[in-house]
Design a protein around this ligand. Structure first.
Ligand code: ATP
Length: 274
């Protein structure tokens, strides 16, 4: 037990430039990260180290991308795990996995000669949900271990560990996680506005043969309410329609069909779970 390892990305090459829209989230995140980078200065002033950043917002808006970009920006090792990986039938296994994750982050950073490591925990609500009197005892141990690890982070420690967690259900989180010195920085990652959608569409069109006649602004207008992940799907599905019709380039009609398809997909998903 405890050896089931999370999906890890060793070489992170996502930069903030590759994330569309989310200007405010990017700015807030880089401000927080600048703080992390100036750790020596901060220790001298006796300021407590920043340990945890919580990214909140709907699915597919780029939270994982932001965590990767944070690692890239701070020249850190990047390790990722999802809350659901820590849920086990046997008591103590989840806690052991948390311990291993932190140990691994320190070892990997040292080996790579990096000063810091970013640990990304997606779906933090799975282990960090509100505790309700003994019902989820196994989750409690896992959460307690996470809190213990976070409390054990010191400003003069090398390598430095920064935990970035993501959730789309912030109101579900146990208040112990949100206390000062834990996840005390919250950054909202919302659905993109029109400008953001255009930016995201442009990023995902970059490697595709888009026809000159395509008006991406119009596509951005028509995709109101779409997440970054859905916009990525629109570009991808559009390319598939173009291929099916043996069109050498992606035309606006292909993208229009792709928008419908992505929208329908959402509907059927929802109907299926309803
Ligand atoms: P979840 O809450 O479901 O884990 P998430 O917010 O972490 O979602 P990501 O995994 O970062 O979302 O995004 C999924 C994919 O959607 C990305 O790999 C990318 O292709 C696309 N995407 C999402 N947001 C953006 C964005 N702002 N800019 C460019 N691409 C994006």
């Amino acid at each position: 037990p405890g050896s089931k390892r999370s999906k890890q990305i060793h070489a992170v090459s996502i930069s903030f430039d590759q994330i569309g829209g989310q200007d405010r989230a990017k700015q807030e995140l880089t401000e927080a990260l600048d703080f992390l980078v100036k750790q020596d200065e901060i220790a001298k002033l006796g300021i407590r180290p920043m340990k945890g950043i919580l990214l909140t917002g709907p699915p597919g808006t780029g939270k994982t991308l932001l965590a990767k970009a944070a690692a890239h920006y701070t020249d850190s090792i990047y390790l990722a795990a999802s809350g659901s990986e820590f849920v086990e039938m046997y008591v103590g296994v989840g806690a052991g996995r948390i311990r291993d994750l932190f140990k691994e982050a320190r070892e990997k950073a040292r080996k790579a000669g990096k000063k810091s490591a970013v640990i990304f925990i997606d779906e933090i609500d799975v282990i960090g949900g509100k505790r309700d009197g003994g019902q989820h005892r196994e989750y409690d141990q896992t959460l307690n271990q996470l809190l213990t690890e976070m409390d054990g982070i010191h400003s003069d420690e090398a390598p430095r560990i920064l935990i970035i967690a993501a959730t789309n259900r912030k109101e579900m989180l146990d208040s112990a996680l949100l206390r000062p010195g834990r996840f005390d920085r919250h950054i909202g990652v919302d659905l993109p506005d029109k400008k953001g959608r255009l930016h995201i569409l442009r990023l995902h069109a970059a490697n595709k043969p888009l026809d000159e006649s395509v008006d991406l602004e119009r596509i951005a207008s028509e995709s109101f309410g779409f997440s970054g992940a859905q916009l990525e799907s629109v570009m991808n599905e559009g390319a598939i329609y173009a291929m099916r019709e043996q069109s050498g380039t992606i035309l606006e009609q292909h993208l229009a069909m792709a928008i419908d398809k992505v929208m329908m997909g959402e509907k059927t998903d929802r109907e299926a779970t309803a």
